[in-house]
Design a protein around this ligand. Structure first.
Ligand SMILES: *Cc1c(COP(=O)(O)O)cnc(C)c1O
Length: 222
């Protein structure tokens, strides 16, 4: 099947309030433009260099999501245009994003990456670390970032009960934050979880943003 058919099929399965981020990493501009011409606007990349290069070549109304691990020294290449940064996992990074956003006179939407997988290879903060961070004094001074919610990646496993439990853990952390630290903020409303292999589970468990690559663009050869 082609890219447009894949997108149509997914769009039918995903409720309207869930954003489908088409993960175009490693894929050429022509493929992105196929999706674009079909009306798709949200795309995700995981490498700063690729993201910046694609943004320069492709239409201006694309909403670019940075979904990969972001190093502080590369933030500056994204801050003029990035729509959302999904993988914020330290106060240091958040401060750099804030500084660069200020230079660009922007407020940048960010998600805190929470570690939910049992594997210890994946990035992210623990629930406690998130709380510590948002309660710290310097966090309160950041005016050019807006924390919109949380992001996570489940373990790489066939065990759907385990994946479901990890998603629930993320949702619980989100709900706790929403009820406490972010209780006066309407815009704390995003849960980014679910990929090609587990997006259906993710939607059932309350995801508001699924990040799907291979089901749209085909498998990747690195
Ligand atoms: C690559 C990637 C995805 C998409 O993976 P697929 O399995 O191809 O859907 C989602 N999220 C992140 C963070 C990724 O790096």
């Amino acid at each position: 099947m082609g890219i447009v058919e894949n997108l149509q099929k997914l769009t039918k399965q995903i409720p309207d309030h869930v954003t489908l981020v088409a993960v175009s990493k490693t894929k050429p501009d022509e493929m992105i433009m196929e999706a674009y011409h079909a009306g798709h606007r949200d795309f995700g990349e995981n490498k700063v260099q690729d993201l910046a290069a694609k943004q320069e070549r492709l239409p201006n109304d694309i909403r670019w999501h940075m979904i990969g691990h972001l190093q502080s020294n590369k933030v500056k290449y994204l801050t003029s245009f990035v729509h959302m940064i999904h993988g914020v996992d330290s106060l240091k990074l958040l401060k750099v994003i804030n500084r660069e956003a200020l230079k660009n006179e922007r407020v940048i939407d960010c998600l805190l990456q929470v570690h939910i997988a049992r594997e210890d290879t994946k990035f992210g903060l623990s629930g406690d670390e998130v709380l510590q961070m948002v309660h710290s004094e310097s966090y309160g001074e950041l005016e050019n970032i807006r924390i919109r919610g949380v992001m996570g990646m489940a373990s790489y496993t066939e065990n759907s009960a385990q994946i479901r439990e990890e998603f629930r853990q993320l949702k619980r952390i989100f709900e706790e934050l929403k009820a406490t630290v972010f209780s006066s903020r309407k815009q704390f409303d995003q849960l980014s979880f679910g990929m090609s292999g587990d997006y259906q589970l993710a939607v059932e468990e309350g995801s508001t943003m699924v990040r799907i690559g291979s089901l749209i663009f085909g498998s990747r050869n690195y």
